[in-house]
Design a protein around this ligand. Sequence first.
Ligand code: AMP
Length: 215
Amino acid sequence: MRIVLLGAPGSGKGTQAKKLMAEKNIPQISTGDMLRAAVAAGSRFGVQAKKIMDAGNLVSDDIMLGIISERLSEPDTEDGFILDGFPRTEQQALDLSDLLDEMGKPLDCAVLMDVDFEILIKRLTGRRTCSLTGKLLNVYFSSQAELDACTDAGGELVQREDDNEEVIKNRLEVYRTQTEPVVSYYRKRGKLETVDADGTIDEVYGRFTRVLGIA
Ligand code: AMP
């Protein structure tokens, strides 16, 4: 299975991709995670990428194509992959199409995780990661017991640097202007499936696997 996951920041793409990866044993390829790893490694590229990411802007299409072509040439992608966060511009969608054509591995479909704007804002401003376990939590949606489990064990609820309100506004604007055309790109080619992504993780996962025909 070769799929692209689309959706605004906070739409739950990453969460759903991780669940599918665990169930189907195909890699989730998150360009955001790959860029954060480069930032953490402190390379020169990482330092440049951090500035762009902290402002909520996009890393250039050329750099992203290099990163993704290298990743897709790794053997664990033989039986499929879930692209999470790529493509994010129409140019990236065109580049991906050329790359996959060359590899003889066309996409099965693109799946749009569709959520209302108000919910996105709460998901993003409330999002935290437990510093001990890496578990994703949300101060609006997680239970008090889940939040306490992290802090009682001595962990901290860490907020991503690009999850503050100012940057979130820009990320949503960048999504509207640069990434929504990618949704149209796949729709025009008859490759788009849409999932109502408002609901619990399991409810959304049920809808997601139904559109993929694997429920
Ligand atoms: P994410 O974790 O997917 O929200 O990505 C975090 C940040 O990484 C984004 O706000 C961008 O700055 C950068 N990024 C991730 N994927 C891409 C991409 N495909 N093209 C350009 N920038 C990206």
